[in-house]
Design a protein. Structure first.
Length: 231
């Protein structure tokens, strides 16, 4: 299927499309019975344009992201989502960017579209693992997020999602409500970096997300060990 079918301009303003997505996402989070705590929220508005990258744990990751990020952005998503009823229609109409992780030529073409969007002033969001984790553990990262940040010379912002895997684990169809945390790490400056440093930047990104997840687990363990106070 031709990529231009995916990138067809939207008849509804992009800002309006994004507000629709935010409303849908907030409704999804509300229905799940959870509340999202955002740590490091001030880092989300530090730069007008950046690449934001998070670990991918659940189908609920996308609603958590759309409900929490306070600005319009575009997301790079697997092209396999485009044929799905309604989801594909929305992704297409709202200008999201499909990526083919199997076809190298198509991948480079999608990354080129992403870099162009960044240069035009549109932030991008990426799940660098390329798919949901089967176990809840952090998986190896693909290099697309780092490549885009370097190509456009914009910051790369690590985001750690904690608790979302437990809310809706892979291969399940029921919510298990709990605490959800979205932690925003220190943006990584890419000015002066070349594409030859893509793998190095990818490793830095993964290490930053892993460190935030570990810190979150430590906080959770400490909280569970704190004795309850009774009046």
């Amino acid at each position: 299927m031709d990529r231009w079918r995916y990138a067809r301009p939207c008849s509804i303003r992009p800002a309006a499309q994004h507000r629709i997505a935010q409303s849908w996402a907030r409704a999804c989070v509300w229905i799940s019975g959870c509340h999202v705590t955002v740590r490091g929220a001030e880092r989300l508005t530090r730069y007008p344009v950046a690449v934001y990258a998070a670990n991918h744990t659940s189908y609920m990751d996308t609603p958590v992201i759309f409900s929490s990020l306070p600005f319009q952005f575009r997301i790079l998503a697997k092209k396999e989502l485009w044929p799905i009823a309604f989801i594909g229609w929305y992704l297409n109409r709202s200008g999201q960017i499909p990526i083919d992780t199997v076809n190298t030529h198509a991948t480079l073409s999608s990354l080129g579209i992403g870099a162009k969007a960044l240069r035009a002033g549109m932030p991008l969001f990426v799940f660098p693992e390329g798919g949901r984790t089967q176990t809840g553990e952090l998986q190896p990262f693909l290099s697309g997020a780092a490549y885009l940040a370097i190509r456009a010379q914009v910051p790369l912002v690590p985001i750690a999602l904690d608790g979302v895997y437990d809310l809706l684990p892979i291969h399940t169809h029921h919510f298990y409500p709990g605490e959800l945390t979205l932690s925003v790490g220190e943006p990584i400056d890419t000015r002066g970096m070349s594409v030859r440093q893509t793998e190095e930047l990818t490793e830095r990104l993964r290490a930053a997300i892993a460190a935030m997840l570990e810190a979150g687990n430590t906080r959770g363990a400490a909280a569970s060990e704190t004795p309850a106070l009774h009046a």
